[in-house]
Design a protein. Structure first.
Length: 191
């Protein structure tokens, strides 16, 4: 993740070195995860995994990958996570699409991945790192997270104004959707 630099976030928040880097980095990472989850990538959601004879099979929704592509697999657990190269694609006897990759490990019977894992083209892992509007949206969300974390959380302040109690709700993404515009992945929206 490189949308938000730690020093840049500290500067925007005006906090210097008052707080531990790990706390500030957690806000930056959270904001990046939120923003990136709404953007267009050539990726698939992985619902299940298995490993037989050093061949891992990743069961996914509508596989779009082809043989030879380099992928980064996350949130599937060991030994499945990491950089993988697609060796086979297909559909199983139940109509579920899959892709396979070589992994040297003991056999693992088919298991569900809950919450779903993710595979993305390795070449797209840093796709938005230099896109100004995406970086600004991530920074705005990081600031919202920080303000909510360190604010009075609904208690009345000295000036008799309360911070918005639902700052991290649905409106958080709405506030930055104009910045994200053409980068939003419309596959996840329901009519």
């Amino acid at each position: 993740m490189a949308l938000i630099a730690l020093a840049e976030l500290k500067s925007v928040l005006g906090i210097g070195d008052i707080y531990a880097d790990a706390i500030v980095q957690a806000c930056a990472d959270s904001a990046e995860n939120i923003i990136l989850s709404y953007l267009i990538f050539d990726d698939v959601s992985i619902a299940g995994v298995s490993l037989t004879n050093n061949v891992a099979r990743f069961y996914c929704y509508d596989n779009t990958f082809v043989v030879g592509q380099a992928l980064t697999v996350t949130k599937c657990g060991a030994p499945f996570d990491g950089s993988r190269t697609v060796t086979t694609t297909g559909t199983d006897e139940y109509g579920v699409t899959f892709f396979e990759a070589a992994i040297t490990n003991a056999d693992i019977t088919k298991r569900s991945v809950i919450p779903n894992g993710r595979a993305v083209l390795t070449s797209q892992a840093a796709l938005y790192d230099t896109t100004p509007e995406v970086r600004e949206a991530a920074m705005a969300v990081a600031c919202d997270i920080w303000i909510t974390r360190t604010g009075t959380l609904g208690q009345q302040g000295v000036d008799f104004q309360s911070p918005a109690p639902y700052r991290l709700g649905r409106s958080m993404l709405t506030r930055v959707s104009g910045l994200l515009g053409k980068h939003l992945d419309t596959r996840g929206y329901l009519g």
